[in-house]
Design a protein around this ligand. Structure first.
Ligand code: LMR
Length: 401
């Protein structure tokens, strides 16, 4: 069976971590995978997570299986976080939430569900998108297509091309949109553009799937969910895949969820039953710990307030690093775009889509031990006061040829 198996290529994102751990040079800078680091270069456990874990250690009475669709309390807390507690779709029982192992698990379950209940839907992905999206939906046996999104010239959204592509979407196709902090570009539609997107998607009969992995990293949890809540007002059906890897720092606990909005509470029940059938054949039921932490925090007023503060601290540190990176490059006379480096400050979320070429990325790694993605995506959340000068020097040297 295994004799003729060849080596698979390394993962575009986590493969960098593997390469870096084989690199013996001191002062390596890891700006690859989207993981937050604090000023000391560590990925911290949030204080509120520690507090919730202390409470769970004391109060938890069983480690028995969760239901197939996971914890009902967690599902409700996630729905209310994403849609707001008073949203009509919650009041009307039109939304159900499947607790899944990470955002990736949620996306994969949704891919499987679409294959089960749809009639050969195609999955539309932005160009560019997160490197794993195409793989997840292909693994579910779905055909993927790409829609126009990013304009490298302006370093902004190519909304015209996006709308033109969406006109080719067929009824029943699924369109994957990044809820905020588009990965990798950091370029998001404006609120008015979201409204237009809602109208186009409704007219085309498409099912939007919102990948909401960076909830809270632009302006705050309510602010970042505004467009999605508006879309949920406009459309009868949609799916939102949440991840708590970044905003709770619960990467290794694999905490995610898929919230499905349907036309009626009866449809919601039917769709949930099909999703459960998919989950049962995949991983049976989800892991408990991370979701229990999230539920404990979201359902306690004081912990929730403290979480929002810790999230704001992460967000503000990243925003400061954006400003410092742009300024540090400008001071060295490096202009990553013809108009300068301000685009770095305008991008949302963890990443800067720098415009560095693949050759420059290779050189940064080979000559300076700086690890960023081949696409030129830099994890700004990995930049600190202590590595920023070396990073800017390295980019300047590479740019100088
Ligand atoms: C990333 O894009 O770097 C993160 O979402 C981590 C991952 O799973 O790829």
């Amino acid at each position: 069976m295994f004799e003729s198996v060849s080596l698979a290529p390394p993962d575009a994102i986590f493969g960098l971590n593997e390469a870096m751990s084989r690199d013996a040079r001191p002062n390596k800078i890891n700006l690859g995978a989207g993981v937050y680091k604090d000023e000391s270069g560590k990925t911290p456990i949030l204080e509120v997570v520690k507090e919730a874990e202390r409470r769970l250690l004391e109060g938890e009475i069983t480690k028995s299986y969760l239901p197939i669709d996971g914890s009902a309390d967690y599902a409700q807390a996630v729905r209310e976080l994403v849609l707001g507690p008073d949203h009509g779709v919650i009041r009307d029982g039109r939304a159900v939430t499947v607790h899944a192992p990470g955002g990736t698990g949620a996306l994969r379950v949704m891919g499987e569900l679409m294959k089960t209940v749809g009639s050969s839907p195609k999955v539309w992905l932005s160009n560019p998108t997160w490197a794993n999206h195409a793989k997840i939906f292909a693994a579910a046996g779905l055909e993927t297509r790409s829609y126009g999104y990013y304009d490298p010239e302006s370093r902004g959204l190519d909304f015209e091309s996006m709308l033109a592509s969406l006109e080719e979407v067929q009824a029943g196709d699924m369109v994957v949109l990044h809820g905020c902090c588009h990965n990798p570009s950091g370029v998001d539609p404006s609120f008015d553009q979201w409204t237009t997107l809602g109208q186009v998607l409704a007219r085309r009969g498409a099912l939007p799937l919102i990948d909401f992995a960076y909830h809270g990293f632009v302006d705050g949890t309510d602010e970042d969910a505004r467009a999605i809540r508006h879309l949920a007002d406009q459309l009868e059906e949609m799916v939102i895949c949440s991840s708590f890897s970044k905003n709770f720092g619960l990467y290794a606990e694999r905490v995610g969820a898929a919230t499905l909005i349907t036309g009626s509470s009866k449809q919601a029940g039917a769709v949930l039953s099909q999703a459960k059938t998919c989950v049962r054949a995949f991983y049976s039921n989800p892991p408990m710990h991370g979701a229990a932490v999230v539920t404990t925090v979201l359902n306690d007023t004081e912990l929730r307030r403290r979480w929002e503060e810790e999230l704001a601290d992460m967000r503000h540190r990243i925003q400061k690093m954006r400003v410092d990176l742009a300024a540090g490059l400008s001071r060295r006379n490096v202009r990553l775009h013809k108009d300068g480096n301000d685009f770095i400050v305008r991008q949302n979320g963890m990443f800067s889509f720098s415009g560095l070429t693949e050759d420059e990325v290779d050189e940064l790694c080979r000559d300076h031990a700086v690890y960023i993605l081949a696409s030129g995506r830099i994890n700004v959340a990995g930049i600190t006061e202590s590595n920023i000068d070396r990073l800017c020097d390295a980019i300047a040297q590479v740019r100088a040829g």
